[in-house]
Design a binder for this molecule. Structure first.
Ligand code: HEC
Length: 143
């Protein structure tokens, strides 16, 4: 306070912009949310309850992710979808492991980036569960 200049205001505004841009790249929660909203929310819903706009057309319906008791590795495998870890052979869900790798063809570390996306998404899905409002869940080990 007391600083009269519009210059310091400008500096703060710039800092805010730079910082918020950087955090999209670096901070995991935001990255997870971006990926989730882009690839998953249409079916599973923004909150993960299986009530996305496309859900009604799907059989079986999208899983309520807030009620899924899976650890990170299991979630990664489920989302990847290439190994038969799901209950039934056929699925209305895209095989994300393949989708991600194909979308990254030609990039230097396609495999690793795809794996990282799976991990980021798995962690985001776990966070969705921790957030259930009914309070009935034991929160998973959080730092
Ligand atoms: C086109 C619709 C659709 C999209 C998009 C979608 N899913 Fe699914 N998902 C489903 C359906 C339907 C199921 C129900 C079980 C099945 O068919 O395998 C499911 C099941 C799941 C399961 C549980 C599998 C199990 O057997 O317990 C997880 C975890 C999951 N989805 C995560 C994701 C994530 C993460 C994304 C985004 C990368 C995503 N889904 C995008 C339709 C979708």
């Amino acid at each position: 306070m007391g600083e009269p200049g519009s210059r310091s205001t400008l500096r703060w505004a710039l800092a805010a912009i730079v910082f918020s841009t950087a955090s999209v790249e670096a901070a995991e929660p935001e990255a997870g949310e971006l990926l989730y909203r882009r690839y998953c929310a249409a079916c599973h819903g923004v909150g993960g309850r299986g009530d996305g706009p496309a859900a009604g057309a799907l059989c079986p319906p999208p899983t309520d992710l807030t009620r899924l008791e899976r650890d990170e590795r299991e979630l990664m495998a489920l989302i990847d979808g290439r190994r038969p870890v799901r209950a039934h052979g056929s699925s209305a869900m895209p095989i994300w492991g393949v989708v991600f790798e194909e979308s990254l063809i030609g990039e230097p570390h396609a495999r690793r980036t795809a794996l990282l996306r799976l991990q980021t998404l798995a962690r985001y899905v776990q966070a969705l569960r921790a957030r259930t409002p009914d309070g009935s869940n034991r929160s998973p080990a959080e730092p």
